[in-house]
Design a protein. Structure first.
Length: 253
């Protein structure tokens, strides 16, 4: 896959302290057998420079890990004051699972777990991530989504987007779909940060067959279409891909 779009300028981001990023941490992913290992890159923002990605689970519970070359989660987008044209930063684990696994219409694209930050809108209406009593102002706080990604030429050559829902269409969607016209779920699984590492633990329906699950690790920037839709959310830059080629070489331990 060709990711030829230039890197997001550093002016678009700022750093913020993250709980647990005090130097006393255990880098889980880089020490795990079967982890996807990735070399350090001096040209990549450290917080998004992947050193390893890993997933392990028991029963229907799976934890996805990613270890970075910097402090994971300490870089978030600058608010623009508008939803259209605003920025999203993300840690993403693309998987081999069919989207129907988590409640989307089947066969519709790449199912990926994502942890995102975006200060200009809130797409987790059921949750109050900053615990201030207002569930509609938490976009900056890192939170999780299931998304379905599809190649979308209107986003650029070889680019991906979160799959759009055309006006009038009524595809199958998860119960915690937040109402945006895209294949996006807000399941409420909280990302955890520990120095260079981010992890997200998810629960699948007990009927889901996880044998053979493969995955990758990606860090990326997305942008909301200035017109808000068609497509709504494009991947505009890929900072790093753990495998180097999005081949999903990781297998669930």
């Amino acid at each position: 896959m060709n990711y030829s779009i230039p890197l997001v300028p550093l002016a678009l981001v700022f750093t913020a302290s993250v709980a647990g990023a005090d130097g006393n941490h255990t880098s889980h992913a880089v020490n795990q057998a079967g982890a996807i290992l990735s070399e350090e890159s001096v040209d990549t923002i450290a917080a998004f420079d992947i050193l390893a990605a890993h997933a392990h689970g028991t029963g229907n519970i799976v934890t996805f890990h990613m270890t970075t070359n910097g402090v994971a989660g300490d870089t978030v987008p600058v608010a623009t004051g508008e939803v259209g044209g605003s920025d999203v930063l993300s840690y993403v684990w693309p998987t081999s699972l069919d989207p129907s696994t988590v409640g989307f219409e089947g066969g519709t694209g790449i199912l990926a777990l994502a942890a995102t930050s975006h200060p200009d809108f809130d797409d987790t209406p059921l949750y109050d991530e900053n615990n201030d009593g207002d569930p509609a102002n938490d976009g900056t706080v890192w939170h999780s989504h299931w998304v379905v990604l599809t190649p979308t030429e209107t986003c650029g050559p070889g680019a991906l987007a979160v799959r759009d829902i055309p006006e009038g269409s009524t595809p199958q969607l998860p119960a915690t779909w937040p109402g945006f016209p895209i294949f996006l779920d807000s399941p409420g699984f909280s990302p955890l940060f520990d120095g260079p590492e981010i992890s997200v633990t998810v629960a699948f329906d007990r009927a889901v067959q996880l044998d053979g699950l493969s995955y990758d690790g990606v860090t990326s920037a997305l942008k909301v279409n200035a017109n808000i839709h068609a497509p709504l959310l494009c991947v505009v830059d890929v900072f790093d891909v753990a495998s180097g080629d999005l081949s999903l070489p990781g297998t669930l331990n």
